[in-house]
Design a protein around this ligand. Structure first.
Ligand code: CAA
Length: 380
């Protein structure tokens, strides 16, 4: 067992930290306030290789491991979780899904521009009536011989309008249940595809979350990913890795809030001394760093599982469940340590608190993670 990061890991973490401080911190409050998508910042992340971190260099990626990816995700999320969710969906859902299950033509055509950050991708599973209950897909993709005809609506889609490539899950054969579901690659300019309203959200307000409408979209057969009926397994396998990215995002939000609270508590004075000298605050700091360290170990462990080729369905569910709980609880504490200033936007912690909530919801709610974990332990 070795808890040390390699020199390369440290370099990646430091590069992500520098980027977050110099490129993301200026303007993060305004982007949140105005719901502005971080277009320039994402372009620069692509140039640094952060939009296709784990993709093989053969397809234009950086060829890094999952540990590197979560170190970068943590640093970016400390400052701007709106930016890190764009990065996470592109890396662990879209690029990983295409590299692992796409064919050579699909990788050449779609993975290369996605991995370089030239294009952004979206992952489209959720529907108005199919959120947690993901097998209940109402979007249909009817086999018409040389193409599928796609009809339906997707909801709460991250990168909804900024994406150019969409991985869309749809029901081809209702009688086969989840075995009749397929995954398709949809291009933004396909006839009959419309990007709907943008959601006005509590947190991660800089990311663009939209509904998507498909009306008689002709999808070429070659845009189906994997064998006929593989779509649900594609979604589940891809989401297992996606949850590592969101766990790292939650860890970053929590540790970003903790670092701000620690700094503030050493500067702010009350009753004649810095507030960190009051046990009420000191004990909060002790609890925060303990919880965050525990979350980091779970996140690192599941990233390591993935890099070792171990099954990570359960370890990623545990990491996301725990890290998102820590993010929610510890950002509330960070606001409390800041007192009245914590309620004010310029101190950043109120934004981190709002951003934390989504980590308990997307890529499987905390309750879904408990289903995954409990089924596994009961099955043995
Ligand atoms: N890997 C491979 N196969 C898997 C799997 C996995 N991790 N998990 C389930 N499966 C397979 C099962 O083996 C089963 O196949 P067989 O019948 O051949 O054995 C099939 O999938 C159906 O599984 P279940 O019977 O367990 O299905 P279920 O209806 O009970 O649901 C669930 C399982 C875990 C609850 C699943 O529906 C789920 O994960 N729901 C949450 C969906 C989710 O995470 N949505 C997030 C949206 S994406 C997003 O948020 C992205 C974003 O923009 C940020």
């Amino acid at each position: 067992m070795n808890f040390e990061l390699t020199e390369e890991h440290k370099m990646i973490r430091d590069a992500a930290r520098d980027f977050a401080q110099t490129e993301l911190l200026p303007g993060v409050i305004e982007r949140d306030e105005n719901q502005t998508f971080p277009t320039e910042q994402i372009k620069k992340l692509g140039e640094l290789g952060f939009m296709g971190m784990m993709v093989s260099p053969k397809y234009g990626g950086a060829g890094m491991d999952t540990i590197s990816y979560i170190l970068a995700m943590e640093e970016i999320s400390k400052v701007d979780a709106s930016c890190s969710v764009v990065m996470s969906v592109n890396n662990s859902l879209v690029c990983w899904g295409l590299e692992t299950f796409g064919n050579e033509e699909q990788k050449e055509k779609y993975l290369k521009p996605l991995a370089s950050g030239e294009m952004i991708g979206a992952f489209c599973l959720s529907e108005p009536e199919a959120g947690s209950d993901a097998t209940s897909q109402q979007t249909t993709a009817i086999d018409k011989g040389d193409h599928y005809l796609l009809n339906g609506t997707k909801n709460w889609i991250t990168n909804g309008s900024s994406a150019s490539v969409y991985l869309v899950i749809a029901q081809t054969d209702l009688e086969k249940g989840h075995k009749g579901i397929n995954a398709f690659i949809i291009e933004k300019d396909m006839h009959g595809f419309v990007v709907g309203a943008k959601e006005n959200k509590l947190g991660i307000r800089g990311s663009d979350t939209h509904s998507l409408m498909f009306t008689d979209v002709k999808v070429p057969k070659e845009n189906r990913i994997g064998e006929d009926g593989f779509g649900f397994k594609f979604a589940m396998k891809t989401l297992s890795g996606g949850r590592i990215g969101i766990a790292a995002q939650a860890l970053g939000i929590a540790s970003g809030a903790y670092e701000l609270a620690l700094k503030y508590s050493k500067e702010r004075k009350a009753f004649g001394t810095e507030i960190c000298n009051h046990q009420a605050i000191a004990f909060k700091l002790a609890d925060m760093i303990t919880e965050i360290t525990a979350a980091r170990h779970l996140v690192m462990k599941c990233a390591w599982d993935k890099d070792q080729g171990n099954n990570y369905d359960v370890s990623s569910a545990m990491a996301k469940l725990y890290a998102s709980k820590v993010a929610m609880e510890q950002t509330v504490e960070a606001v409390q340590i800041h007192g009245g200033n914590g309620f004010v936007k310029e101190y950043h912690v109120e934004r981190l608190m709002r951003d934390a909530k989504i980590t308990q919801i997307y890529e499987g709610t905390s309750e879904i993670q408990k289903i995954v974990i409990s089924r596994s332990v009961i099955k043995g």
